[in-house]
Design a binder for this molecule. Structure first.
Ligand SMILES: [Zn+2]
Length: 142
């Protein structure tokens, strides 16, 4: 018969990124970095078309009818060009906040321990920001 201790350890060992809903995690991150909803990173006009909004939150390309820019929800944000998906990123933030060991986080999220360490520093850097957009990167977006 299993003891309760074995059960909790086994439960913890079985936990992985796959237990978490991709959409829920993605939406949580996108709502955090876009508090005012979908906007064009170039002209700052709100995206109002139904298709534009859907595409925005699905990380697909969005077309701005005002300035004709094509972009995604990550364009012009500090998360642009990152190598991990938003679910992994979200859980990484949660697990770090819960003070879980880097090695355990890496195992659960199926990423390298070094990636966890790197993001730990990035999140610390984000703490000083008013928002997650990077105006200085705009020259790359034209
Ligand atoms: Zn625009």
């Amino acid at each position: 018969m299993q003891t309760p201790l074995d059960f909790t350890k086994k439960a913890k060992d079985d936990l992985s990124v796959d237990f978490f809903d991709e959409k829920a995690c993605r939406m949580a991150v996108l709502k955090m970095i876009h508090k005012e909803g979908p906007r064009c990173p170039r002209c700052d006009k709100a995206i109002t078309s139904e298709r534009g909004i859907v595409n925005f939150y699905e990380l697909k390309r969005v077309f701005c009818k005002h300035c004709k820019k094509i972009f995604t929800a990550l364009t012009g944000t500090v998360l642009n060009g990152m190598q991990i998906d938003l679910r992994t990123l979200y859980l990484l933030a949660v697990f770090l906040a819960l003070k879980i060991e880097r090695k355990e986080i890496a195992r659960m999220l199926k990423i390298h321990t070094e990636t966890v360490r790197l993001w730990e520093f990035k999140f610390k850097a984000f703490e000083g920001l008013d928002d997650m957009t990077v105006k200085s990167h705009f020259h790359d977006l034209q």
